[in-house]
Design a protein around this ligand. Structure first.
Ligand SMILES: Nc1ncnc2c1ncn2[C@@H]1O[C@H](COP(=O)(O)OP(=O)(O)O)[C@@H](O)[C@H]1O
Ligand SMILES: CC(=O)N[C@@H](CCC(=O)OP(=O)(O)O)C(=O)O
Length: 304
C-alpha cells in the first residue's frame, strides 16, 4: 500500500534544500547561546507570536540555547490607561511611580511572561518564566536620568521613580536552565539589595544578559525593518565606529538609541554579533540565524 504525498515533488525538494542549506549554520551555532529580545510591539498578532514560539522550540531541539527576554511596553500602557494611572516617557524610559510599578510587575511578570511561556509549551517546548527576582537573577540600581529643557541653564538629574539599570546578572540560575531542556523567559524587572523592585527597559536587560552568559548572538526584535540611513535604506554589517558616527550625525534617535547602544555594548563586551530585526516578519529569528541574507541590521565588533 502507498500513501499520497502531501507535498508535490518540487515542494518536497525545496523543503529538503532549505534544511540542507541551514546545515553550516547549525554546525556553527550548536551548543551556543542566543539571547532574543522579544518586544511588545512584535507581540500583537497571534500568528506572529506562534511563529516566534515555534522558532524558540526549534532552536532548542537543534541544540542551540535560546534565552528570551521580553518587553511589553504597549501592554503596560493599555492597563495603566484602563486604571487611569498617568504614564509618560523621559529619554525612552517610562516614569514609574509606586502605583505604576505594581502594574508593570503584574503585566510583565504575570500576563506577558506567562503568555510567552504558555505559547512555547503549547508548541512542544519546555519554557520557564522568571523575573529578575527569581534566583536573584537581575540585581538592579536606580537609574539616574539627566534632562535639560530650554529654560534650564545646565542639565539636571531628575527622579523618574522605580526605573532601574542592571547592576549585575546572576547567571547561575540561567546555566541550570540552559543545561537542561528548559528555555528561560525573562521579564525585565530587577531588584536591589533592599528588596526594592525596578522597571528596566527590556533592551538593556537583553544586552546585559547576553554579555553575562557570553552569548554568541543578541537578536533584538523590533517594529521596523532595521537600522535605516537618512534616505531610508536598511544598513547592515555595521562596525562600532560606523554606528558611533550615525549617532553623532543624528541618523539614529529616539527608541533606536538605547537599542543600538545596548547592541554596541554587547559586541564590545564579547558577544559575537548583535542583530536588530523586524519582529513583524514571521519566523524572523530563523531567517536571521539560518540564511545568508538575514532580515535586519548586523552589528559586529570588527573595526578593521
Ligand atoms: N536610524 C533609525 N532607523 C530605524 N529606526 C529608527 C532610527 N532612528 C530612530 N528610529 C526609531 O526607533 C524605533 C524603534 O524603537 P522602539 O519603538 O523603542 O522599539 P521597541 O518598542 O521594539 O523597543 C523605530 O520604530 C523608529 O521610529
Ligand atoms: C523603564 C521602561 O521604560 N521600561 C519598559 C519595560 C518594558 C519594555 O521595555 O517593553 P518594550 O520592549 O515592548 O518597549 C516599560 O515600562 O515600557
Amino acid at each position: 500500500m502507498r500513501f499520497a504525498m502531501p507535498l508535490s515533488r518540487d515542494d518536497a525538494f525545496n523543503v529538503a534544500r532549505v534544511l540542507s542549506e541551514a546545515l553550516p549554520y547549525i554546525q556553527q551555532f550548536v551548543g551556543k547561546t542566543i539571547v532574543v529580545k522579544y518586544g511588545g510591539n512584535a507581540m500583537t498578532e497571534e500568528a506572529l507570536k506562534n511563529s516566534f514560539a515555534r522558532d524558540m522550540v526549534m532552536l532548542k531541539l537543534i541544540g542551540i540555547n535560546p534565552i528570551v527576554v521580553h518587553g511589553g511596553g504597549p501592554q503596560i500602557g493599555d492597563l495603566l490607561e484602563k486604571l487611569k494611572i498617568e504614564s509618560h516617557f523621559v529619554n525612552g524610559m517610562r516614569v514609574t511611580n509606586s502605583e505604576a510599578m505594581d502594574v508593570v510587575e503584574m503585566v510583565l511578570g504575570g500576563l506577558v511572561n506567562k503568555d510567552i511561556v504558555n505559547l512555547i509549551n503549547q508548541n512542544g517546548g519546555h519554557a520557564m518564566g522568571l523575573t529578575g527576582k527569581d534566583g536573584h537573577l537581575i540585581e538592579a540600581r536606580k537609574l539616574k536620568v539627566t534632562q535639560q529643557t530650554p529654560e534650564m541653564q545646565k542639565p539636571e538629574i531628575i527622579d523618574i521613580g522605580h526605573v532601574g539599570e542592571v547592576a549585575h546578572i546572576n547567571t547561575s540560575v540561567l546555566s541550570m536552565l540552559t543545561e537542561s531542556d528548559i528555555i528561560p523567559v525573562i521579564a525585565p524587572i530587577g531588584v536591589d539589595d533592599k528588596g526594592e523592585s525596578y522597571n528596566i527597559n527590556a533592551d538593556l536587560v537583553a544586552g546585559k544578559v547576553a554579555e553575562a552568559v557570553k552569548a554568541e548572538k543578541l537578536l533584538l526584535l523590533t517594529n521596523i525593518e532595521g537600522l535605516k540611513d537618512k534616505e531610508g535604506h536598511i544598513l547592515t554589517g555595521l562596525t562600532t565606529t560606523q554606528v558611533d558616527d550615525l549617532i553623532a550625525d543624528g541618523t539614529i534617535y529616539g527608541g533606536m538609541l538605547p537599542k543600538i547602544k545596548c547592541a554596541l555594548d554587547a559586541v564590545k563586551a564579547g558577544v559575537n554579533t548583535a542583530h536588530i530585526i523586524d519582529g513583524r516578519v514571521r519566523h524572523c529569528t530563523m531567517l536571521e540565524i539560518f540564511t545568508d541574507e538575514g532580515v535586519g541590521t548586523l552589528i559586529t565588533n570588527q573595526d578593521d
